[in-house]
Design a protein around this ligand. Structure first.
Ligand code: F6P
Length: 321
């Protein structure tokens, strides 16, 4: 293997740069050149590529975002778009592709391999932590820290005003960020996309907090919960008449310098992706579990569901007594 390519695709996640660095440096270590593709599959379709050496990825391990830029590509959804991209890769002499992203990006990688026989390895990079086949995804730890910092600050003002605060966190259809933030932030309740609660139950959470002597409450809502934070806030106000404030944390959760766990994970997975291509592996995602590095067929990463920990949810309920 003489040359591989790397791209980042979908929503950016803190630690993607650390993963790019790991791919470029480990490939260089093994005598392989790396082509960086800009703007994900959109750049691949347009042939927006350039060689990346080990010095090109200096000083990026601590930076959020992605130096390669990213996009949610529509052209890539058509077979013609993918053929154009595959032709660019072949013209550049690329013999394998590392795709850093989430399930949408892995769909693109999977079809590229199926239709054009280009070896692909996926590296899980998304704050949502919603990919089956890895305990954690790159960016998740940092997003949780960012959201937690906001919750800690909101608790100060919630306590001072004896108010109820509803905080909506990201995570798309999954509740991983919400559950970890709820436990670490000592929230009174967490609303996960996995479980819908009737309005009466939501009001009951607030009433029972008050009856236990809690003057203020923090409720964490995953954005994928039906109706999101706005629905929970409206249900509380309609059912209890209590003054309630909603904070939607939004894209702030995607930014910032990656925490050490994300940098280490990205470094390990980036290197593992290159080693996998050298070993002739393809159409797989590299991940990390308790037993070490794992390989999961790309299609399973989105077809199988990684559920939130029910035991952690039980723990959250117990500790909010
Ligand atoms: O997948 C990462 C994520 O930040 C989700 O948590 C969120 O639902 C989505 O991307 C937002 O996407 P966009 O940046 O396109 O608005």
């Amino acid at each position: 293997m003489k040359r591989i390519a790397v791209l980042t695709s979908g929503g950016d996640a803190p630690g993607m740069n650390a993963a790019i660095r790991a791919v470029v440096r480990s490939a260089t270590f093994h005598g392989i050149e790396v082509v960086g593709v800009r703007r994900g599959f959109q750049g691949l379709h347009e042939g927006d590529m350039r060689l990346l050496g080990p010095r090109d990825v200096a000083n990026i391990i601590q930076r959020g975002g992605t130096i390669l830029l990213t996009a949610r590509s529509h052209t890539w959804r058509s077979p013609e778009g993918r053929t154009l991209g595959a032709n660019h890769l072949k013209a550049w002499g690329v013999q394998g592709l590392v795709v850093i992203g989430g399930d949408g990006s892995f769909h693109g990688a999977h079809y590229l391999q199926q239709e054009h026989g280009i070896p692909v390895i996926g590296v899980p990079g998304t704050i949502d932590n919603d990919l089956y086949g890895t305990d954690h995804t790159i960016g998740y730890f940092t997003a949780v820290e960012t959201a937690l910092d906001a919750v800690d600050k909101l608790r100060d003002t919630a306590a001072s005003h004896e108010r109820i605060f509803v905080v909506e966190v990201m995570g798309r259809h999954a509740g991983h960020i919400a559950l970890d933030v709820a436990v670490a932030g000592g929230a009174e309740e967490v609303f996960l996309p996995e479980d819908e609660h009737p309005a009466e139950h939501i009001a009951e959470v607030v009433r029972s907090s008050a009856s236990k002597g809690k003057a203020s409450s923090i409720l964490i809502v995953a954005e994928g919960y039906p109706g999101g934070g706005a629905a929970v806030t409206a249900a509380i106000e309609a059912q209890t008449g209590l003054d309630t404030r909603l904070t939607v944390l939004g894209h702030i959760q995607r930014g910032g310098s990656p925490v050490s766990s994300d940098r280490v994970l990205a470094s390990r997975l980036g290197e593992a992706a290159v080693l996998a291509l050298i070993d002739g592996k393809s159409d797989l995602m590299v991940g990390r579990g308790l037993g070490g590095m794992t390989f999961t067929p790309l299609n399973e990463t989105w077809e199988k569901r990684k559920d939130v920990s029910r035991d952690l949810y039980r723990c959250a309920k117990t500790l909010s007594v």
